[in-house]
Structure formats: C-alpha cells, structure tokens
Design a protein around this ligand. Structure first.
Ligand code: TTP
Ligand code: CA
Ligand code: CA
Length: 625
C-alpha cells in the first residue's frame, strides 16, 4: 500500500544499484567461456527448452527476451548459450546467486546505509558520505574526476554525445550550484567509484540511479543499462515525470494505474499534477490520494532501511499442468523438501547472523473440481515457527491441511496443487549481551512442557516464545550445533567491518587510479545506452509490471487474516503481518505465489473509508472492503 511518508527537508543523496543481467553474469564468472557470448539462464524444467529467467545483453541484441522459452530463444539467436539454473532437492537452488549478491552488498554497504532490496539490488543512503566529500574534497578541487563518473547520464543536460563528458564535468564542478546539486555531484562520484570497485572485486557490472529520494533513484537506475549510471537533479524531475507513463511506476502497474488511465485519463505521472490533493483523496482515499499527489511532484520520504540481510526466507516450487500434486502424500513429500531447505537457511542465519525466525507461513495455489467457486484461493496460513527440520515439516503439513480444508469448505472434492511455498519471517536479532536465550533454551527445553515454558518465560523477550512454547522439545538443532553463549553473541564481524568504514570517502581516487577505461568498455558487446533500444528498456520494466498488475486477481488470502491454528502444535491465533514479508524474498518464490504476495504488498489495497467517485469504486475489489 503506498503511503506518503513526510519527506525530510534536509537534502539527501540516495542511490539505487541494480546488477546487470545478474544470473547471467554469475554464470559467466563461473564459466569465462561464456563472456561476450549471447547467454541466458533457464529454469530447471526442460519443457520447450525451459523458461528464460535472465538474458545477457549480447543475447538481447538479437531480440531474445525473458518472456521466451529456450526453444524460441534458439530460433531468434541460434548461437545462444542456455545455462540451467542449479538444482537441489528437485528445485532451483538460488544459493549461488544469493551469495554473489552478498558479495556486492558487502562492497556497496561501505559508504553508508544500505538496504538490500532484492537478490540483485540495493538502495544506498549516501548523504553523510556526500557531505563529508563536499567538505573535504569537493569535485572542483579534485585533480581529476574519475572517468566512470564522467560517463554518468545527468538528466536535463544536453544529449550531445561529443560534449557529453565535458558537460558532465561542468555539472559536477559547478561552483554556483545549490547545496542539493552539490551533494548529488559528490554522490555521483561516490557511486561511480563503488561500481568500479564492484567490478574489480567481483567481476560484475551494475547500473545505478542517483537522486534525492528512493523513488527517483529507482526510476533512474534502469534508464541506461548495462554498466552505467543516471543522475536526477531536482530541476529535471518535472520533465522526467511529465513523460513517465503511469504504468512504469511499480506501484501503478496494477488496478490503481488502470483506474488512473481509464477513469481520469492520466497517462503520465506528470498528468496527475492537474488534480488537487483533496480531489485525489476523494477518489482514492486519504493515504493513496496524498501519495499520488506527492509522486506527481517527485516527493518521496521513504527512508533507506539499514538492512543487509533479508527480512524473511522463502522457498517454493511450481507444479504446472499435469505435474499438479493431487494427493496429500505427494504434497507431503514436496513440503518436506521445501522445509528441509528452509530449515537449513534459518539455521545458517542463526549460526552466522544470530537471528531467529518466528513465523512459519505456507502459501499454495490450488484448483478443485468445484466449478461453483473457481476463483476461491487457497488461503495462506501461518503459525509460530519451531526450529528443527522435522518440526517445520510437521507444522507446514498441518498448515497445508488446515488451508486445504478451508479451500474445500470441508467438502470432499478432488483437488490439485500447482505451487507450494514455505516462508520463515518475523526474524529478530538475538540481543547482544543477553545471557543467552540460546543457553537458556539448551538448558530448559528438554524438560519443560508448554505451560511450564510459558511461566518460565515471563520476562524473557518475545522472540523466544515461538521457539519455546512447543510441547515436545526438539533440542536437536540447538544442542548439536554448540550454540554460542553470551560472549559469542555479537554483531556479525563482516557487518561490523562494513559499518566501520562507512564514512571513509577519502582515498578512493588513489585506490581506483589504476582502473583504466570505463566499466562500459568491460562489456565486450559494447552495448551502450545508444545501442540499446528503448523497447528493450521497456520490456524489462513491463516484466516487473506484469507481476504487480497481476495482483488484481487476488481476493482471498489476505495477510491480516486471523488464522485458525492446527490442533497439535498451535493453540493460539496468530496474526500474519504483511510488513514482515521481504520483497527480495518474494522474488525467489514461484511466480504464481509472487503475484499473490505482491497483491498484498504493493498497490493501494488498504481498506479505504473515504468517499470515492462512482466510476472508481471498482478499483477496490469487494473482497477488500
Ligand atoms: P532483474 O534485475 O529483473 O533482471 P536482470 O538482472 O536479469 O537484468 P537487468 O540488467 O535488466 O536488470 O532480475 C535479477 C535476477 O533475478 C535475474 O537475473 C534473474 C532473477 N529473476 C527471476 O528468476 N525471475 C524473474 O521473473 C525475474 C524478473 C528475475
Ligand atoms: Ca538486475
Ligand atoms: Ca533487479
């Protein structure tokens, strides 16, 4: 739900960094023979050559698109190399890509607050680093401006290619610029240097948008891909938004965008300027109305969260067409696999980062023979998460049974499952200096039943509850792993190191002085912004929109459901909080489930009490009223 947060009056420098054709780059690093060769990464199933999930820029030049399957890609680009995504437990194993993303995050987070926004992108708040640079070594005082910074695309500057770098140099060094632009100029240099470091240290290229807020930075990062960066000075915002189709904004990809288009004749974000805040509130409710009024002016107060680790973990698998699961035993078999992976991931999060996940969630897509209610969705279910693979498997199966019973209205009908996913969320840090909850757990868990535990827990932090309020103590995962005690429960040293150097903006130029040429040159295909057609850029964005626009069909699995709990393990009602879902994890779930979850996260689907114009009433589906 878009909510307009007040934008700080203080100037900010925000960057959005997105890796170029990420999975392809990871595969090209693993197998350098693929460098410079048209390449795509395909899904693990082999039907029609597998679905493409990442397409390299060389292949895009031949017209290969992510929407294609391998066979079609071979037709338009016979030399294309199709690399299968790694497989584990019969499903895609994204660990390779996740950890490659972490390598990049470790570098990008050295200059300021860093929010990992998906498997291949981050937001950075570089305000402090830019302020320090402006004080200590402003652009006009530098002996030389890093070449990568001079390659920046500054919106609103002349587009004369011959004068491009000169114009950028002048813009970066203009003595009479206002403070915000001066900070932005420093941010431009800092981001260029970070991107060069990313390339040197990981061999990956990335693209970036640099602006004074998250929304504008995100809009700018895909404008010149691959391996380039785009800067949005405040003065260029009206022109940018005047020509920006509403559907290009992620939150406007769905019903809200359609309503703006169909009901108000609003084609571009700038067209919204015609409407007063009051009018937009009357039409769409107070929050959404204000949000729309603000985005029309490029105002966005969202903060960059200080978060290098995901807010949740999820894994899932689809069972298309005839592969649909039709018996509880086949569901159990696959759920067991998914839970095994989930259990490993939360256990390693606990071991490495000292974080505990508290909520287990099951999502599924299902169909049934009952044609009377074909749109009914399989309700997502959650419960307190108990550590230990077998416990997670057991609880997930209970959640499934409970969901299936609701889905079938307790009728005895035939059914099929076309996708399954499990998630672990509500992840909290184990507080530093706690005389270890973990120690407490290892000592107490074997001996207490649930009521004893709740008494014993009085005064303990909330987050221990879900682990301890179990009837039969599953001590395995803790006891066998030599849980660290107090002195070991501290910040991850890597994170600590990253934080420590956050304000170091000096000395970058020395470090990067050896880098000859620009990142762009690194691309053997030499695919510059000019060579890349607009339609390719659009295609990429449309892909994202497809996901958010498809949220229109979601009607039943509302995240704030008060869920019935299964009888064995869970006695209390449990509220699932949408804020706990990490969009970066959603990307990793099966597409069908992504759509459903994005339906909760993105568009303005809040219960809305404001009076609405009659033609717009259909924007809010009845299920949400
Ligand atoms: P994107 O950032 O959307 O795309 P990309 O990095 O491949 O290409 P671009 O240069 O245009 O940014 O997605 C990042 C990775 O996430 C992508 O390499 C593969 C994976 N992914 C999927 O598995 N399924 C999807 O539907 C999408 C959109 C991405
Ligand atoms: Ca990307
Ligand atoms: Ca991305």
């Amino acid at each position: 739900m878009p909510v307009a947060r007040p934008e700080s009056q203080d100037p900010r420098v925000i960057a959005h960094v997105d890796m170029d054709c990420f999975y392809v780059q990871v595969e090209q690093r693993r197998n350098p023979d693929l460098r410079g060769v048209p390449t795509a990464v395909v899904q693990y199933n082999s039907w029609k050559g597998g679905g493409l999930i990442a397409v390299g820029y060389e292949a895009r030049n031949f017209g290969v698109k992510r929407s294609m399957r391998g066979d079609e890609a071979k037709r338009v680009c016979p030399d294309i190399q199709l690399v299968q995504v790694p497989v584990a437990r019969g499903k895609a194993d994204l660990n390779l890509y996740r950890s490659a993303g972490s390598e990049v995050v470790a570098i990008l987070s050295t200059k300021g607050k860093c929010e990992r926004a998906s498997i291949d992108e981050v937001y950075l708040d570089l305000t402090d680093a830019a302020k320090s640079m402006l004080l200590e070594s402003p652009p006009e005082m530098l002996d030389s401006i890093p070449e990568e910074a001079l390659k920046s695309h500054v919106l609103g500057l002349s587009s004369d290619e011959n004068k491009g770098e000169d114009d950028v140099r002048k813009w970066l060094c203009q003595p009479d610029a206002d403070y915000q632009d001066k900070l932005l100029a420093c941010g431009t240099i800092i981001v260029a240097e970070l991107r060069v470091r990313v390339l040197q240290e990981t061999k990956f290229t990335c693209s970036a948008g640099i602006a004074h807020n998250k929304m504008l930075a995100k809009l700018a990062s895909p404008m010149h891909k691959p391996a380039q960066q785009t800067v949005v000075p405040a003065t260029s915002v009206p022109d940018l938004l005047a020509s920006l189709p509403v559907k290009k904004m992620k939150q406007l990809g769905g019903k809200l965008g359609s309503s703006l288009l169909d009901d108000l004749g609003v084609n571009t974000v700038g067209d919204l300027l015609k409407f007063s805040e009051q009018k937009l509130q009357d039409l769409y409710g107070i929050n959404t109305g204000t949000w729309l009024w603000k985005i029309a002016r490029g105002i966005n107060g969202d903060e960059v969260e200080d978060r290098l680790l995901p807010k949740s973990h999820g894994c899932g698998k689809t069972f298309p067409g005839p592969m649909a699961l039709k018996t509880t035993s086949s569901v159990k078999q696959w759920l067991n696999q998914l839970c095994e992976e989930l259990s490993e991931r939360i256990q390693s999060d606990l071991d490495q980062n000292k974080r505990i996940a508290q909520t287990l969630t099951l999502h599924a897509r299902a169909f049934k023979e009952d044609e009377l209610d074909p749109l009914k969705k399989f309700p997502s279910k959650s419960c307190p998460l108990r550590y230990g693979t077998s416990k997670i498997q057991e609880d997930a199966m209970h959640l499934f049974e409970s969901g299936l019973s609701d889905f079938l209205n307790s009728k005895n009908l035939g059914w099929g499952i076309s996708s399954l996913a499990v998630g672990a969320s509500k992840i909290v840090d184990i507080p530093n200096g706690t005389t270890s909850i973990l120690k407490y757990l290892t000592e107490k868990r074997t001996s207490c039943n649930s009521s004893d535990c709740s008494d014993a827990l009085a005064g303990e932090p909330d987050h221990a509850t879900s682990l301890i309020s179990q009837k039969d103590a599953d001590t395995k995962s803790y006891k066998e792993r030599e849980v660290p005690f107090e002195s070991e429960v501290e910040e991850n040293p890597k994170t600590k190191a990253q934080r420590g150097s956050a304000s170091d903006s000096k000395g970058l130029f020395d470090r990067d002085a050896n880098v000859k040429g620009t990142i762009l040159r690194y691309f053997s295909g030499g695919c510059s912004s000019n060579q890349r057609s607009t339609s390719e850029v659009e295609t990429n964005q449309i892909e994202e929109e497809k996901i958010s626009s498809s949220t229109a069909s979601i009607t039943s699995s509302h995240p704030n459901l008060n869920l019935n709990q299964n009888k064995n393990a869970l006695s209390e009602n449990w509220i699932y909080n949408i804020e706990e879902i990490d969009p970066s994890v959603v990307d990793e779930l099966p597409l069908e489930i992504q759509r459903e979850i994005r339906g909760w996260i993105h568009p303005s689907k809040r219960i809305n009490t404001a009076k609405r114009g009659s033609t717009i009433a259909h924007y809010f589906s009845p299920a949400r009223k």
